[in-house]
Design a protein around this ligand. Structure first.
Ligand SMILES: NC(=O)c1ccc[n+]([C@@H]2O[C@H](COP(=O)([O-])OP(=O)(O)OC[C@H]3O[C@@H](n4cnc5c(N)ncnc54)[C@H](O)[C@@H]3O)[C@@H](O)[C@H]2O)c1
Length: 253
């Protein structure tokens, strides 16, 4: 199937992690035909590794450092990508992470601020920076990364899941507002996957424990997420906007 990526330029945030979703998304967008895939991450060395992997596939790429929670850095990063490639057709908002947990009485506001800042504001800041450019060209596909945790209440009270639930709402609001400007906005909500997202030393053990509650009985893989992001990024999903697609083995129905 031709995803129609020829001539397209993509920007993927949080794509530095060498075992994470962002790198897999960047590589798939390149393999499927995007001309250029710009990589951004708070960690420049890792972003450069992903950019090098994209270039090895024969596609253009640059690595740009930006902390998505810093609006000034985000604006400069987006300007650098547009200066380099002249446009951004596809934005994948992947940067995110979990920092807290435990009983509410023991949680710290500082952690709440960090989780909401990274997961919600980070996604909003990058989108805000890219949006005027997409609007001027009357074209854009934005894919946010949510989380199955926003629909799983047995894991306790946590601002990570709250921020991801807010991304679902942000996706639907923005999709509606931009429906007439040629910009589609969708969200992919992953299930547990042993990336650097899971901080425990034995990532697989944590995932194996979580997988017991998943109907399909398997962990989500970066390839599962990349496939769904590529679908939303492509014009083959041209009649779809404002949707949240759970890729989590049937754990959220
Ligand atoms: N892995 C899972 O189990 C899982 C499940 C549901 C949702 N998610 C979501 O998937 C997305 C990708 O996570 P992953 O599993 O690839 O994790 P990961 O930790 O492997 O990758 C996350 C990347 O984000 C980058 N990052 C962190 N803070 C940043 C900041 N302030 N600015 C810019 N970049 C920053 C990191 O350097 C890293 O490269 C996240 O939004 C996460 O919340 C993950």
């Amino acid at each position: 199937m031709d995803l129609g990526f020829k001539g397209k330029v993509a920007l993927v945030t949080g794509a530095g992690s060498q075992i994470g979703f962002g790198k897999e998304i960047a590589l798939l967008l390149a393999k499927e035909g995007c001309d250029a895939v710009a990589i951004t991450d708070i960690n420049l060395d890792d972003a450069q590794k992903t950019a090098d992997a994209v270039k090895k596939l024969g596609h253009k790429s640059i690595a740009v450092k930006a902390d998505v929670t810093n609006q000034v850095e985000v604006q400069a990063m987006v300007k650098k990508v547009i200066d380099e490639y002249g446009k951004i057709d596809i934005l994948a908002n992947v940067a995110g992470g979990i920092m807290g947990g435990g009983p509410l009485e023991q949680q710290k506001k500082e952690t709440w601020d960090k989780e909401i800042g990274l997961n919600l504001y980070g996604t909003m800041f990058v989108t805000q920076a890219v949006l005027p450019h997409m609007k001027s060209r009357k074209y854009g596909a934005i894919v946010n990364i949510g989380s199955g945790s926003s629909h799983m209440y047995s894991h306790g009270v946590g601002t990570y899941a709250m921020a991801k639930a807010a991304i679902d709402t942000f996706t639907k609001q923005l999709a509606t507002v931009e429906a007439k400007t040629g910009i589609r906005v969708n969200c992919v909500a992953p299930g547990p996957s042993p990336t650097n997202f899971i901080k425990a030393p034995d990532k697989q053990a944590v995932v194996d424990m979580l997988v017991k509650q998943i109907p399909l009985g398997k962990a989500t893989t970066p390839a599962d997420i990349a496939n769904a992001v590529a679908f939303f990024a492509s014009d083959i999903s041209g009649d779809i906007t404002g949707q949240v697609l759970h890729i989590s083995g049937g754990s959220v129905l």
